[in-house]
Design a protein around this ligand. Structure first.
Ligand code: PGA
Length: 251
């Protein structure tokens, strides 16, 4: 079976309600339904309940940007995966590089959050990728290997089939410096080979691996043209309806 293509917009900490509503309204007008394509928006938490109304009657799915490692308890400021489910989220980003670098999220936490989401029936989009220093030191494969191993070691084996990965080289995020399709494909192949080691051929071949990092309306077609790239995680360019629609239309 063909892998699902996922184009997800990571709004990060941007957009007020009126802006989000307008963006989704414009997207709905421009969106063409394509078989095997999932379009996801990931607004900041307080917008999530509103966004469920905005996407009503469309193919757009809702995702969150983060969740807690536990379902409830004394975790001031955190959000439960159970609440995300109740609010209509189907996806949640986990281990975004901003969470890792600014909020000290470790590989093990990323694994635990993924399991909590899977328990709730949500799909974690597990973000992995190397920093510039790691790439320059030739450590990019090792870094990614460690990140993947931590996730698989935390998960119930029965859930291995339900992950989505996003390869986001840290040096490409928000910098306007996109990985070339060749660079992305090289890493995507490596990620798939690692999934194969843990979970076997069938799971590896069925797992969608997205690329993220300065994806935009200009480079989306080249990236999506690669059979190893099963979609995009888009930051800045997902905040403009025209750009995000063009990216979606590039598939
Ligand atoms: P960017 O962000 O597209 O603005 O580089 C991608 C991301 O951080 O997910």
């Amino acid at each position: 079976m063909a892998r699902k293509t996922i184009i997800a917009g990571n709004w990060k900490m941007n957009l007020l309600p009126a802006e989000g509503e307008e963006l989704v309204a414009e997207l709905k007008e421009q969106l063409q339904i394509r078989e095997n394509l999932e379009v996801v928006i990931c607004p900041q938490m307080a917008l999530v309940p509103m966004a469920l109304d905005w996407i009503y009657d469309s193919v757009i799915q809702l995702g969150a940007q983060n969740c807690a490692e536990k379902l409830s308890g004394a975790l001031t400021g955190e959000t439960s995966a159970e609440l995300l489910k109740v609010l209509g989220c189907r996806y949640c980003l986990v281990g975004h590089s901003e969470r890792r670098s600014l909020f000290n999220e470790t590989d093990d936490m990323v694994g635990r959050k993924s399991q909590v989401l899977l328990n709730m029936g949500l799909t974690p989009i597990v973000c992995i990728g190397e920093s510039l220093a790691q790439r320059e030191a030739g450590d990019h494969f090792k870094t990614i290997d460690t990140q993947i191993a931590a996730v698989f070691s935390q998960l119930d084996q029965t859930d291995w089939t339900r992950l989505v990965f996003a390869y986001e080289p840290v040096w490409a995020i928000g910098t306007g410096k996109t990985a070339t399709p060749e660079q992305a494909v090289e890493i995507h192949r490596f990620i798939r080979s690692k999934i194969k080691e843990f979970a076997g051929d069938v799971v590896a071949n069925a797992t969608s691996i997205l690329y993220g990092g300065s994806a935009n309306a200009v480079n989306a077609a080249d990236l999506l043209g690669e059979s190893e790239i099963d979609g995009l995680l888009v930051g800045g360019a997902s905040l403009k309806a025209e750009d995000f629609s063009q990216i979606i239309a590039s598939f």
